[in-house]
Design a protein around this ligand. Sequence first.
Ligand code: KIV
Ligand code: ZN
Length: 389
Amino acid sequence: MSDLVKIFDTTLRDGEQALAASLTVKEKLQIAFALERLGVDIMEVGFPISSPGDFDSVQTIAREIKDSTVCALSRALPKDIDVAAEALKVADAFRIHTFISTSTVHVESKLKRSFDDVLEMAVNAVKHARNYTNDVEFSCEDAGRTPIDNLCRMVEAAIKAGATTVNIPDTVGYTVPSEFGGIISTLFNRVPNIDQAVISVHCHDDLGLSVANSISAVQQGARQIECTLNGIGERAGNCSLEEVAMIINTRKDQLGGLTTNIKSQEIYRASQLVSHLCNMPVQANKAIVGSNAFSHSSGIHQDGMLKNENTYEIMTPESIGLNKNSLNLTSRSGRHVIKHRMQELGYSEEDYKLDELYDSFLELADRKGQVFDYDLEALVFFNNLQDES
Ligand code: KIV
Ligand code: ZN
């Protein structure tokens, strides 16, 4: 089995469908270019049957993107698949993604059908999509809550019908990592033709476990993770791309040598673009891309960082495309941090008295919280003025 975990980005489909206001075609194209630079293997860019606007943006992106496979979503219905294929056919490489629910609650309450009917629809949909392309993905919606015997039957039938990727979504973010990993390993043990398709996972974050569940799944043999930038998506969102990419990057040894094609230095830039265009601020303490992710506040941590950055950083800010980490100047910062910052600002030790500056810094930090470079410079200026008078 390959060590490469394919990254299937769905920022422009699952992510976009959760926004208060839709993105314009131009905005979607801008994000698609950022995803291409980032190195995603597949980008899912819309649901063409859902609106003429969505059809348009899928077609525009399909025409422009060259280095990633462009994918569009369709229900397990021939007309959805026809419209998706029509929008995608201008692409160099495209994938049709068709899905149907498999959990009992969805089959009985939402679809109001029997499981056998749903199985037949799935098989017909996959066969229909194969008339347009050899790259067909089938998803078992709400797989996380699907009885395992039914899930095994569905996966086997979808592969037999021609699905080249079979996706196992935890649609409502219900499972825990050991359980979700267990579902994937059961599929590998029980589905006889499983090695004829790539097994994919698509986890939602309702319990904050989407990333952990996705990692647990790749440890059991899944080789595609579906995710979004900044984790945007339905309700609490989807598995976050930057987190899984950096976990696989940073903990490669622990994960048996797994890799992705993500160019991690593009992460920060792409994350900022999505946040800005989607009007979705990134929380300050968000892993990898939050504004605090590479900043250090406590005096003990700052002291450690000045001695050796490995003390409190497990990856470098440069590895995600940020210029450098930052030491927040607060009342917890020590003298040596102030001295270091003054050096960075171009001051020599003769230009100010460290003890005096540090006392006035502490006084200001207690009043104001964070002290910025311009505050430090003002303190030096006023202290020197007082000393002269
Ligand atoms: O969450 C989900 O199940 C989905 C499917 C359409 C893959 O988004
Ligand atoms: Zn989803």
